[in-house]
Design a protein around this ligand. Sequence first.
Ligand code: URA
Length: 239
Amino acid sequence: MSELLRLDKALCDTGKWSRKEAKTLIKTGKVCVNGRVIKKPEEKFDFSTASLVVQGVPVVWQRFTYIMLHKPAGVLTATEDRRQKTVLDLLSPELQKQELRPVGRLDKDTEGLLLLTNDGALGHRLLAPKSHVDKVYYAETDGTIQESDIAAFEAGMTLEDGLICQSAGLQRIGEGKCLVTLREGKFHQVKRMLAARGKPVLYLKRLSMGTLKLDETLAPGEYRPLTDQELAALTADPV
Ligand code: URA
């Protein structure tokens, strides 16, 4: 289905530029559509077929926006909250208007990779239990991981409160430091599994989700759009 969209809106939808930046780029002749310089931000095109080049670089227009956020500790994974700061509060006003939703949830004190998108279908697909998308966490614990802990994770665990946890990866990478790989995402799962082994979590950070890896050049609180390669890999993940 073709859809005509204003040029400045299309640039803004990529998450790479604000509406103001998009207008400036267009008015200063830096944007070509179908090989022609277009200087009117309001001019409309069908970007599902039109070619878009900004400052000499081809840009793939996307119907949806995909943002990688390095979630800092101290903010809620929610879209709004009356009293506390949420991950959406960290985004620019332009992005806040795009109805982005976090894909999955990190605890308030957990840091690391959080994908935000308005592509509901992709979000569902990545979270569906049958999708088995691996999530890798770096954890610091009170107490060092033993072989018996690794075996218990591997076997799967039933916690005291009856929560059944499927087989998970546990790798010791130093004194009180480990990597945990989960294929599911139950409430406080990493913390609860490690606590059940007598290794309470002191610090937790998500490093990856499927093929998507946290860009370590992003400081906590910073974000950027996914690259075309990251998006292609994520949407091609076997499910
Ligand atoms: N497991 C947890 O315990 N907390 C998180 O934030 C994510 C996974």
